[in-house]
Ligand binder design. Structure first.
Ligand SMILES: Nc1ncnc2c1ncn2[C@@H]1O[C@H](COP(=O)(O)OP(=O)(O)O)[C@@H](O)[C@H]1O
Ligand SMILES: [Mg+2]
Length: 269
């Protein structure tokens, strides 16, 4: 893996941004999905957002990415309003989607070249340099001419991250980067996220319910439950959580005599 700093040619690289979420509430119709969320992500930090399925993690990430508009409250990236379309011209932000979202009809190389070609950021030789550099960071040089259907799940995730890197991001947002991966591949992805931060000083927000991932790389983490922040702190602060809901999320007790799904039948899940 290259030890040289990545993408030093970009005018964007070098400036890192923090994120401020202030009193963010989101309703879809009558359903409230985010309730009065306050969060601060520091520049250059790896910040993990944890919580069960349906708790609002992806919706929160979309607000940071400017893909959803708040019902009330706001999200700021540095001094910019995340919901303002102009912000994307000032901050290089890349979102690594849960499913990878690669174009199946394009080779890996062309998937990565798509963004710089569309934005006419450099000539074909410059694009090639950026694409090959991103592929080399993720040890994917040999996959350049393959198509997404030829790749394993883990490789697809790596390609999705490489594609995000081609955008020379200052802010990298990951949605469940290790979902559907086996434990070894999850560990690899975890190492990749940590390495990228070392190499590019990028601010990273990682939405995940993978405890191992979060505890291995987070500078700080937040727990979201039912659209609310239950706690924010360093991983060490949650080694022995006192909040029973966080404790149950991190260390669910398997009780074969009194199984959880039997209790769910009577709740309104
Ligand atoms: N566009 C939408 N319209 C209506 N409801 C939505 C929309 N997006 C998400 N939701 C609802 O918001 C809640 C939180 O979703 P999400 O943020 O995806 O949860 P997760 O924590 O699993 O990522 C869910 O109940 C989901 O059904
Ligand atoms: Mg989600």
């Amino acid at each position: 893996m290259s030890t040289s700093p990545a993408f030093t040619a970009s005018p964007f690289v070098g400036k890192t941004f923090g994120i401020t979420v202030a009193k963010l509430t989101k309703k879809f119709g009558r359903t409230t999905v985010l309730r009065d969320i306050d969060l601060e992500v520091k520049p250059g930090e790896i910040f993990c957002i944890m919580g069960p399925s349906g708790s609002g993690k992806t919706v929160l990430l979309k607000h940071i990415a400017g893909l959803e508009t708040a019902t009330s409250g706001e999200v700021r990236i540095g001094e910019y309003d995340a919901a303002d379309p102009e912000t994307r011209n000032k901050v290089h932000l890349a979102l690594v989607f849960q499913a990878g979202a690669l174009f199946n009809s394009l080779s890996v190389y062309d998937n990565l070249a798509l963004y710089p070609r569309e934005h006419r950021e450099c000539n074909e030789a410059g694009i090639r340099e950026r694409v090959m550099h991103a592929l080399s960071i993720l040890s994917l040089e040999k996959a350049a001419n393959k198509f997404p259907s030829d790749l394993s799940g883990g490789m697809k995730k790596r390609v999705a991250i490489a594609r995000a890197l081609v955008m020379e991001p200052q802010l990298l947002l990951y949605d469940e980067p290790t979902s559907e991966l086996d434990p070894v591949m999850s560990a690899t992805l975890t190492e990749i996220i940590a390495t990228l931060r070392e190499q590019t000083a990028v601010t990273s927000v990682v939405v995940t319910h993978d405890r191992d991932l979060a505890f291995a790389i987070a500078d700080r983490m937040a727990f979201v439950m039912d659209g609310r922040i239950l706690g924010v702190g360093r991983p060490a602060d949650f080694k022995n959580p006192t909040d029973p809901v966080i404790a149950n999320f991190l260390n669910p007790v398997i009780d074969l005599k009194n199984p959880r799904f039997k209790q769910l039948e009577n709740s309104h899940e």
